[in-house]
Design a protein around this ligand. Structure first.
Ligand SMILES: [Zn+2]
Ligand SMILES: [Zn+2]
Length: 176
């Protein structure tokens, strides 16, 4: 089987974690995994704790669309998290997915390894877009108001949300 990222002709069996095997490329250090295997591993508890650092391996990301090494269909790209540019490649046809070098560690550092199967869901992808849209709105407001006034507005919003008379205050301010 060819490596989908660097086209090295063979992938070798590797173990990413106890009970989670995949096929690794010894040239670019990418890994091919199967969704059911990742789900089974996550449901069995997966790893107990992440050591809390990203090992000194460069995180790469294949920008171009990859071809699934198992069935030759094009693989789709899936965001990992808001504010993270890396994308995982999934073959919707046979359920194999590809992690570029360093992406397994990146998932560990983000504490997202357990969520590997859900990352490919519509809900997860939508959640990322919603969080980014909220962050963009926040950024625009901060730009408009400056840091000090933006902090005041945030404080006020927090205070209002937790207030027993929030409705009365909102009415008084004409916030309806
Ligand atoms: Zn490779
Ligand atoms: Zn495939």
């Amino acid at each position: 089987m060819h490596c989908p990222a660097c086209q090295t002709p063979t992938l070798v069996a590797i173990e990413l974690d106890a009970g989670l095997g995949g096929l690794g490329c010894t040239h670019c250090n990418g890994v091919l995994l199967a969704v059911p295997a990742a789900r089974q591993w996550a449901e069995a508890g997966g790893e107990t704790a992440w050591a809390g650092h990203v090992e000194a391996v460069e995180i790469s990301d294949s920008g171009a669309a990859l071809t699934c090494p198992r069935c030759r269909h094009f693989m789709g790209k899936f965001r990992i998290d808001a504010g993270v540019d890396n994308r995982l490649d999934l073959c919707g046809h046979c359920g194999e997915f590809w992690l570029d070098a360093g992406e397994w560690n990146l998932l560990g550092a983000l504490e997202l390894r357990q969520h590997l199967p859900s990352i490919f869901s519509q809900m997860w992808q939508l959640g990322i877009r919603q969080r980014e849209a909220a962050a963009n709105r926040e950024g625009r407001l901060r730009e408009l108001l400056g840091d000090a006034d933006h902090a005041r507005v945030q404080d006020f919003a927090r205070w209002l949300r937790g207030h027993a008379q929030a409705e009365a205050i909102r009415r008084y301010l004409g916030l309806h």
